[in-house]
Design a protein around this ligand. Structure first.
Ligand code: FES
Length: 256
């Protein structure tokens, strides 16, 4: 049987340059013939090279590692570099992710958001212990290291935030990426922050109790992080620490 004729794809792409006072937000249509294995990185690069050199979008690693290519693909936040056009209908709408500062067209500034998050939750090990850098590394038990590694797999693409209804309503909400970041330090036995340190940051409506439980974050996470489990872990840990407040048992860390 002869190969089917290649599809003619229609891209409807959001265009706006906030740095240009004359620019107004609108959708612009581009046509492209589909080729085997075409992904959105290649498609957008071809459109930029062959049709409009002013088109702005971000890609760096092209391997779902750097997190720079998040965009709304037919209404769903996802990574452009790992999205194949063959998995999409012939008309493809591409918009920038909401909730981040627009740089231009499909390019948004996720870096400022994540930098502010890391400052807000003090995303570093808090310890009073003096460590001699010349001593060999201290080993952590494998089970704990694996749990921390699971949280560390986040590539900070922002897809979970773009898909989160609460982030849309409350910009102060830490969001799934923020909660995942805090959980990473709650799990780490080297971090000496007591429950007070975590409570202040996450046990509020801007933290874990602001989540509506819709779990779109988990549905759209390109790394398949168990964000639902992370939220549950945090709620349980905070509740345990509330129950044990004052009895000297300290923060519970088991992710059971
Ligand atoms: S280009 Fe790096 S994650 Fe897509």
């Amino acid at each position: 049987m002869p190969d089917p004729a290649p599809r003619s794809l229609t891209f409807r792409i959001f265009r706006h340059n906030p740095a240009d006072a004359a620019s107004t937000p609108h959708l612009q249509e581009f046509k492209l013939e589909e080729t085997p294995g075409l992904n959105l990185f290649v498609a957008l690069s071809r459109i930029r090279e062959e049709q409009d050199p002013s088109l702005q979008f971000d890609f760096a690693c092209r391997a779902a590692v750097c997190g720079s290519c998040g965009m709304m693909i037919n209404g769903k936040p996802s990574l452009g570099c790992r999205t194949l056009t063959r998995d999409l209908p012939a008309t493809i709408a591409l918009l920038p992710m909401p909730g981040f500062k627009l740089i231009g067209d499909l390019s948004v500034d996720t870096g400022t958001w994540f930098r502010a998050l890391n400052t807000r939750v003090e995303a570093w090990i808090h310890t009073k212990e003096e460590r001699d850098p010349n001593l060999p590394e201290e080993r952590m038990d494998n089970a704990t290291a694996l749990k921390i590694y699971e949280s560390e797999r986040c590539i900070e693409c922002g897809c979970c935030l773009a898909g989160c209804a609460t982030v849309g309503m409350n910009p102060a909400f830490l969001g799934p990426a923020g909660m995942n970041r805090v959980a990473r330090f709650m799990l780490d036995p080297r971090d000496e922050r007591g429950e007070g340190g975590y409570f202040e940051v996450v046990a509020t409506g801007d933290g874990v109790f602001g989540c509506l439980g819709l779990m779109a974050c988990q549905d759209v996470c390109p790394k398949n992080l168990s964000l639902q489990e992370t939220f549950g872990y945090m709620r349980r840990t905070l509740a345990k620490n509330l129950l044990h407040a004052g009895d000297g048992k300290g923060p519970a860390r088991s992710r059971a």
